[in-house]
Ligand binder design. Structure first.
Ligand code: VGL
Ligand code: ZN
Length: 225
């Protein structure tokens, strides 16, 4: 019934460490999406947010913080227990050190037009949990860390969330799924993302389908206002 439409743009983790040429966790083509992101930033979204993965040096997702032999970046996985409820566990992949607070790798790309960004939301600061989603860590009973993103979007009475950025199969994916769970009509702008493992995107698209998240192209009519 409601014809209200108040769109937000959420640009996920457009940071040096996720991009060539120097990123420790560089996603192929990560830098190539910036011209499109800047075009999107020129549009009158009610709120434009950039998120930053923002880890302490002792973060649990860094392979360097675990003992051999199960500490190979990109390869090893570990089981993390909910620090507030050890019976809830989560299997997660280990990474090279990345987006450490205060380092060059944590900075947003300088070619991104941040003057058009209204809010920068940091995430992943809790050393005890992985947090791909820009909303919250994956634990549910209870959730351990939340960012301020949900409150920001709800307070602005946002109806629709458009998601882009890095990486398509990790932080973009879980941010979009949580946005849908928060009740926003959620769309991912496909050309404005790049994946760590492009071959994993088929299963990501299935998850989107089940969650009601749509993947759109940049000239989709939902962006034609
Ligand atoms: C991300 C791996 C580890 C992402 C963050 O932004 O997609 N991926 N931390
Ligand atoms: Zn991270």
């Amino acid at each position: 019934m409601s014809s209200r439409f108040k769109p937000a743009l959420v640009l996920v983790d457009v940071q040096e460490d996720f991009c060539p040429p120097n990123g420790s966790l560089a996603v192929q083509g990560g830098r190539d999406i910036v011209p499109l992101l800047n075009e999107l930033l020129d549009r009158p979204f009610a709120i434009k947010v950039a998120t930053k993965d923002f880890h302490p040096p002792d973060h649990i997702s860094f392979a360097s913080n675990h003992d051999a032999p199960n500490n190979k970046p990109f390869e090893s996985t570990i089981t993390i227990a909910n620090p507030l409820n050890p019976s809830e566990t989560q299997e997660t992949r280990l990474w090279p050190d990345h987006c450490v607070q205060g380092t060059k790798g944590a900075e947003l790309l300088p070619e991104l037009n941040v003057t058009k960004v209204h809010e920068i939301v940091e995430k992943g600061q809790d050393t005890r949990v992985e947090m791909y989603s820009a909303f919250a860590d994956p634990f549910k009973s209870p959730c351990v860390s939340k960012s301020r993103l949900a409150k920001l979007l709800h307070d602005a009475e946002i109806t629709d969330v458009f998601v882009a950025g890095l990486a398509a199969d990790y932080c973009v994916r879980y941010t979009a799924l949580d946005a849908a769970r928060e009740g926003f009509k959620t769309r991912v702008i496909g050309e404005a993302t790049r994946a760590v493992d492009p071959s994993s995107m088929d299963s990501v698209l299935k998850e989107y389908d089940e969650a009601g998240v749509t993947v759109i192209e940049k000239d989709d009519e939902s962006l034609s206002w």
